[in-house]
Design a binder for this molecule. Structure first.
Ligand SMILES: Cc1noc(C)c1CN(C)Cc1cc2n(n1)CCN(c1cc(N)ncn1)C2
Length: 397
């Protein structure tokens, strides 16, 4: 059957190109045409589909026509870096090399391991090899994170491709030095910031994030985050994927004055307990591993966990790894956003220990709450910026 199909297909192909079998069997000079990539071509899947369907006289579904009229969209996988979902890494093409970057909605610098670092510092990492002709003269960057880690270096303008979406002249912040926490983390080749460009650290002229560079060309000015529990998820750009969530998306307005995706939660519940109404100022932050909440909320949560304690030696709430953890619900935009209890067991305090570190911790000293990966990995979160009044949309996965 396969053989027959092949021959029939070949004959059909000849018909299409208007050549008879005889013509193609005579000996004639041969030549080959080498394809070259159309560098400036912005990928638009739906547009290609419209073209093909019309070429063969087929009807084009309306949703394909409307998608084609829009700009590019893209999707990239987000893979947990370790067994505890400490961070999620996404493959990105930076100046033609593929690096695994930690997409971070809590910061706004795209920085990478680079050929400028001492070789010992970059062993085990994929690196960006700088091209001096692409250097942004006079610009430097230096970033420090909540956990005391950090990095710094110089700046290059280069092509960055994320899930098929291209920023042709993205500020690529090449590291000359990174802190010990990053040197120990050999899976991580850098960060791709998705917070607001107002907190980018490039000096003297702050740079735009990848999202800000592509936002107005995308089919829709948004990206959607689907992190998963102990599994790979996605970052989607330019479209909402209704297959990735259940129920409806609840939107809340974002306060951008601190440069974060900052919003207000209006209450919480522990397990099947009653809802407590209280205003919680929070940021959505994929670059933070845990869920940091106000002291009173955290105390109320661990009051329901047998054997839990706030350990000075481990630096946070711990409990027996065998504990049954209650769900945690945050009220956002009037909707109940629930995290399954088992997601709140982050990891053993040390490998093999029967004491586990809590996924919910106290936000004292931070200044606001942080809805990090522990919260996000049960949600589908739309980050929309139409230019005025950016919004966050939350739905259950
Ligand atoms: C984290 C982490 N946890 O287990 C591993 C492994 C890592 C990664 N590793 C140790 C190194 C590291 C440290 C940081 N990151 N990666 C990501 C950026 N950081 C943020 C981002 C942000 N929005 N807010 C606060 N800090 C600090």
């Amino acid at each position: 059957m396969h053989h027959f199909t092949t021959v029939a297909a070949f004959v059909a192909f000849l018909g299409l190109v208007g050549a008879s079998p005889v013509e193609l069997t005579e000996r004639k000079p041969t030549f080959s045409i080498h394809q070259v990539e159309h560098k400036r071509f912005a990928k638009n899947g739906p547009a290609a589909m419209v073209k093909t369907l019309r070429k063969y006289g087929k009807e084009v579904p309306q949703h394909v026509i409307s998608a084609a009229a829009a700009g590019p969209t893209g999707s990239v996988s987000a893979r947990p870096a370790d067994a505890y979902d400490s961070e999620y890494l996404c493959p990105v093409s930076v100046g033609g090399s593929t690096l695994n970057l930690d997409f971070d909605t809590g910061s706004a610098d795209l920085w990478v391991y680079s050929s400028l670092q001492p070789t010992a510092q970059r062993s085990g990492h994929d690196i960006y090899t700088v091209d001096p002709t692409k250097k942004v003269s006079g610009s430097t960057w230096k970033i420090s994170y909540g956990d005391g880690s950090g990095a710094g270096g110089t700046v290059y303008a280069d092509k960055v491709v994320v899930g098929g979406v291209t920023a042709t002249s993205q500020a690529v912040e090449a590291a000359t030095s990174v802190s010990a926490q990053f040197q120990d983390d050999t899976d991580n080749d850098g960060l791709l910031g998705l917070a607001f460009s107002s907190i980018n650290t490039v000096s003297p002229n702050p740079a735009k994030t990848f999202f800000d560079n592509v936002r107005t060309s995308l089919a829709a000015p948004l990206f959607a985050v689907t992190l998963k529990y102990h599994a790979a998820g996605t970052y989607d750009f330019g479209y909402i994927d209704t297959a990735k969530y259940t129920g409806s998306i609840t939107y809340v307005n974002v306060k951008t004055t601190n440069g974060f995706w900052e919003f207000t939660s209006t209450g919480y519940a522990v397990g099947s307990g009653s809802t407590v109404s209280t205003s919680i100022d929070a940021i959505a932050d994929t670059g933070t591993t845990l869920l940091y909440l106000p002291t009173a909320v955290v105390k109320a949560y661990y009051a329901k966990v047998t054997g839990s304690s706030n350990s000075a030696s481990y630096g946070g709430y711990v409990f027996p790894c065998s504990a049954t953890l209650p769900d945690f619900t945050a009220i956002i935009g009037g909707s109940r956003q629930t995290v399954p209890g088992k997601y709140i067991n982050y990891a053993p305090v040390t490998d093999g220990s029967s004491t586990c570190f809590g996924g919910i911790q106290d936000n004292t000293g931070i200044g606001f709450s942080i809805f990090g990966d522990i919260f996000l990995k049960s949600k589908y979160v739309v980050h929309e910026n139409r230019g005025s009044t950016p919004r966050l949309g939350f739905a259950q996965q």
